[in-house]
Ligand binder design. Structure first.
Ligand code: FES
Length: 173
């Protein structure tokens, strides 16, 4: 036969119920305390990282846009020299030095030099350029940019990839 008596409010049963209620309250309180501490730690870490990032300078580790290209005597008249890693070309003609930026004006591929045809061909979509960078075939909308060629006081040539110049500009050296 089942015991239908109401739960006792004294004795071991009452102690057990009181302990259970206390444990539930502690667990809830503990959970929110832990949540608060984790949030505080996360916010502190984020603030520290952002503060340190602010102290560090914004330095670019890209290659410099200006680079040395050797002595004028390194280049015979009529030569075309490709600086593949710099994506630049140095031409020497009877009237001086000129340089072009070796970037296709269609979508930015690197055209290749074909000495036998004296032209650049873009491997991506077939644009073609004359030795001085003038486009004559394909989807490229315009010539490749002409770059500044300069000469340092010690005679060393340099090409500045950040300075676009007129196509007719020449360095006489
Ligand atoms: S990127 Fe050179 S032709 Fe398209």
């Amino acid at each position: 036969m089942a015991n239908l008596a109401p739960p006792s409010t004294t004795g071991v049963g009452a102690d057990l119920r009181a302990a259970t209620v206390e444990l539930k309250a502690f667990s809830r309180r503990g959970f929110f305390t832990l949540l608060g501490l984790v949030s505080l730690a996360t916010a502190s870490l984020a603030a520290t990282v952002l503060s340190l990032r602010f102290l560090l300078p914004n330095v670019t580790y890209d290659e410099p846009l200006l680079f040395k290209a050797g002595q004028p005597s390194d280049y015979p008249v009529g030569s075309t020299t490709i600086f593949t890693d710099k994506r630049a070309v140095l031409n020497r003609d009877a009237d001086g030095f000129s340089a072009i930026l070796l970037i296709c004006t269609h979508l930015g591929c690197t055209p290749r030099w074909f000495q036998s045809d004296e032209m650049f061909r873009c491997p991506c979509h077939g644009s073609r350029y004359l030795r001085d960078g003038v486009r004559f075939y394909g989807p490229a909308p315009r010539p490749m940019d002409a770059l500044l060629v300069g000469q340092a006081p010690d005679g060393t040539l340099y090409i500045d990839r950040s300075k676009i110049v007129a196509r007719a500009d020449r360095l006489k050296a």
